[in-house]
Design a protein around this ligand. Structure first.
Ligand SMILES: [Zn+2]
Length: 115
């Protein structure tokens, strides 16, 4: 499942792609999504505003990444809570923002697949 999500695959047939662009990991242009699967016709956006909920997924991803950077940071800083870690967290979230946005929508599609 995680493999399918990371490979931008249709949750229904595993063959079509959700995003039209090849690079979905590090791409700051506006995401280009297919409305439906090119292979099986599965509709990715079920209704207008469907991806509103993906914001929460994106938020959760951001938190997870911030925690990960913080944990890694504790190996490099002497104090457990060193404020110098904050810019690193900010940079990481900025760099991963496009990744998060795309991943959040894919995860959202997978979460609501059965609905
Ligand atoms: Zn499909």
């Amino acid at each position: 499942m995680i493999h399918k999500i990371l490979n931008n695959k249709c949750p229904h047939c595993d063959k079509g792609h959700i995003y039209r662009e090849k690079n979905i990991y590090f791409n700051f242009r506006k995401p280009k999504m297919n409305k439906s699967c090119s292979h099986c016709g599965y509709a990715f956006e079920k209704e207008p505003g469907f991806f509103f909920g993906a914001m929460y997924v994106s938020y959760a991803l951001g938190i997870a990444e911030a925690v990960a950077v913080f944990i890694i940071g504790t190996f490099f800083f002497e104090n457990t809570f060193d404020l110098r870690i904050l810019p690193w967290i900010a940079i990481t979230i900025l760099l991963l923002s496009s990744f998060n946005m795309r991943m959040a929508r894919i995860i959202w599609i997978y979460l609501l697949k059965g609905v």
